[in-house]
Ligand binder design. Structure first.
Ligand code: 8YV
Length: 317
């Protein structure tokens, strides 16, 4: 009999799904009509869980799965999994470390350039026929130069470093904040986030959200100021979303590029209605290349755990 695997959110690469199906009896929790009834019948037999970084798994569900040997997160964020509990239980929680770094950094820089140069507004101006109605160049406001902008990076992990590498290529002076300065990072460390915001033209959020919550608050946004831009490719909850919405609507910051939100897929209406923001549906890692690499890591982690090995990508065992 094939081992039973419970999948909590979809994998979008068919070849990965085919391999999963050939090796395991895969049940898609998100497609179950009656998840409780399914659990009553099958929970005891589940050996592996596959989930997304944002979805994670609740402690209550973990407690219902006594035979579980691995939670394979198809992502790098493990903030939605109770790692301390899993560690105590000797349960492997794996992540797709390193697989999505380049794509997420590309997205951060892409969004930053887009909000500085108003790609969204420019596209709509042409698409909606406004260029023909208002052909004079003054019909669209001038944008802001990204090259050379002072960029502050919040969270100097893999993604933060990849953002720094890209921003450096655009001639941007860089500074960063994190829990502590890092010996192997050549850029300036600024311990205080308000101070970093004050001396940055753009803040890029690439921090883990395991403990940090609402760190980008009204004070940080005001320090960033009416000429400043914010990009978030990490987690929505790093930002006080109500404060951000107010700052955007009042023009207390210049603009924001947001791939993540507090309560996905819900995005505050005021943000949806603002020309100052560029919105994405949590897609920073959504390329074929990255999702295939992530899927392969998930396959490897499940195989390693179920064959009794410590998964190479385990964060808890
Ligand atoms: C993914 C993420 O969209 O890595 C993460 O933590 O949030 C994202 O890159 C997600 O995990 C896809 O399942």
């Amino acid at each position: 009999m094939k081992p039973l695997v419970l999948q909590l959110n979809p994998i979008l690469v068919p070849a990965i799904n085919q391999q999963l199906a050939s090796l395991y009896e895969v049940h898609r929790y998100y497609e179950l009509k009656n998840p409780q009834a399914w659990l009553d019948e099958n929970a005891q037999a589940v050996q592996a869980v596959i989930t997304g970084g944002h979805t994670g798994i609740s402690r209550a569900l973990l407690e219902r799965l006594p035979a579980l040997r691995v939670v394979a997160v198809n992502g790098v964020g493990t903030d939605a999994v109770d790692l301390a509990y899993c560690r105590e239980r000797g349960l492997a929680v794996t992540a797709t470390l390193g697989a999505l770094t380049e794509d997420v950094a590309d997205m951060a820089i892409g969004m930053l350039i887009s909000i500085c140069r108003q790609f969204g507004g420019g596209d709509r101006f042409v698409r909606d026929g406004l260029w023909e109605r208002f052909p004079q160049p003054s019909a669209i406001p001038l944008g802001r130069r990204f090259s050379g902008m002072r960029v502050g990076i919040v969270g100097m992990g893999r993604v933060g470093r990849a953002v720094a590498q890209r921003a450096a290529a655009f001639g941007c002076p860089l500074a960063y904040t994190d829990l502590r300065p890092m010996d192997d990072v050549p850029h300036r460390f600024v311990a205080d986030l308000v101070a970093l915001a004050r001396e940055s033209d753009a803040l890029v959020l690439s921090a883990a959200a395991d403990s940090a919550q609402g760190i980008v608050n009204a004070q940080v946004l005001d320090a960033l100021g009416p000429e400043g831009f914010l990009v978030n490719v990490a987690r929505g909850r790093l930002v006080d979303e109500a404060a951000l919405t107010e700052a955007i609507v009042a023009g207390r910051i210049a603009g924001a590029g947001l791939d993540v939100f507090v309560d996905e897929p819900h995005v505050p209406l005021a943000l949806r209605g603002s020309e100052r923001v560029l919105l994405q549906a949590h897609r920073a890692s959504a390329t074929w290349e990255t999702r295939a690499a992530m899927g392969q890591m998930v396959l490897d982690s499940v195989a390693q755990a179920l064959s009794g090995q410590r998964p190479v990508m385990s964060l808890t065992t």
